[in-house]
Design a protein around this ligand. Structure first.
Ligand SMILES: C[S@@+](CC[C@H](N)C(=O)[O-])C[C@H]1O[C@@H](n2cnc3c(N)ncnc32)[C@H](O)[C@@H]1O
Length: 328
């Protein structure tokens, strides 16, 4: 299969509400989504898209049945065509409604961690018919020091499910705003669409029933509430770890409140209780207070909310305003 490599800065996919790093929302470029959609629908008439909303929206009118499982309700705003396919489950993978088994194929793009990929593969087998095909993304070797052996583990599992084809660097991602913000903060303002990954195709899938999906800590945005302020998406931990004496405080080492890396290996991530789609972060000591402010700011501008904040709480509210400012 040939998938064109392109640096595209004007993808026609809508990315409002903004994509969020907590859900690993790296969308394919328009060209990649189209090429992958073409490859999948050449063989399959019914397709289960698992965490692949760009593919679901691209193939919606090309298949007899398309279904989508994704944790983010924002997909309906980004892809209005999804409303017409009906088979959409907005939920964490384990909580998703089994929309329909027996699709010819499933396309999945899990977070780039070995346990997540194996867990998602195990779920995906429930959506396809015996002998169907699985298409999934495999992170490149340079992702982290352990990536090479993790890839081997994943490919070994894949080969137990069926016949494996592995195409290197076949898929390109459109760089999301949260990553642009992280890179700009470390002096790399315009990386283009630099992120690529491999495509793995498993055909003649015969799910082995004894396979217990591995445990993972990446459960979508479970444990967080979501607040949409204009185009910006703000995630707030329901049980934050900040000092209860401070409504809001900075994450240590996050200069100007920017999380300069979205990597799980970055120790600062443990401290993050509030996280914006522009990669601004804060610790939260009083969740109810911050949640109340975010709810008000979702429907009223800062200038209308600020006057009703007590003098005592004002420094924390002003910090929230700085965290929410960000790019754009
Ligand atoms: C790496 S992105 C893949 C997007 C894909 N490249 C595309 O262009 O359509 C992961 C996707 O899975 C969804 N997601 C992340 N964690 C999830 C979970 N635990 N359960 C269900 N969906 C999840 C995200 O909302 C996001 O759309």
């Amino acid at each position: 299969m040939t998938i064109p490599e392109r640096i595209s800065k004007s993808d026609p996919f809508r990315t409002t509400p903004e994509l969020h790093a907590l859900l690993y929302e790296w969308y394919f470029t328009y060209d990649t989504a189209n090429s992958l959609a073409r490859v999948v629908t050449a063989e399959a008439r019914s397709v289960a898209c698992i965490g692949t909303p760009t593919i679901a929206s691209t193939i919606a009118d090309r298949t007899e049945r398309t279904l989508l499982v994704d944790a983010d309700p924002g997909v309906f705003q980004r892809f209005p065509t999804l409303a017409s396919i009906g088979n959409v489950s907005i939920a964490e993978l384990a909580q998703s409604v089994p929309l329909a088994a027996s699709s010819d194929a499933a396309v999945l793009d899990p977070p780039w961690y070995v346990n997540d990929i194996l867990r998602w593969l195990s779920f995906a087998t429930k959506y396809i018919r015996p002998g169907g095909s699985l298409y999934f993304v495999l992170f490149p070797e340079l992702t982290r020091p352990s990536a090479r052996s993790e890839r081997q583990t994943i490919l070994a599992h894949a080969s137990r499910l069926g016949k494996v084809e592995h195409i290197e660097s076949a898929l390109t991602y459109s760089t999301p705003l949260f990553e642009l913000e992280a890179l700009a903060a470390v002096g790399c303002p315009d990386p283009g669409d630099w992120r690529a990954a491999d495509l793995v195709i498993i055909t003649d899938v015969a799910p082995h029933k004894a396979w217990q999906p591995p445990v993972t800590t990446h459960l979508g945005d479970k444990g967080w509430s979501t607040h949409v302020l204009g185009e910006q998406v703000v995630k707030l931990k329901t049980s934050p770890n900040g000092d209860p004496g401070d409504i809001l405080s900075p994450v240590r080492g996050a200069v100007d409140n920017v999380l300069t890396s979205v990597s799980e290996r970055d120790a600062r991530r443990q401290e993050v209780d509030l996280w914006t789609s522009r990669n601004r972060v804060a610790r939260v000591g009083q969740q109810k207070v911050v949640e109340g402010w975010l709810e008000r700011l979702a429907s009223s501008p800062y200038e209308a909310v600020a006057p009703v904040i007590s003098r005592e709480d004002r420094p924390a509210f002003d910090m929230l305003q700085r965290v929410l400012a960000g790019a754009k």
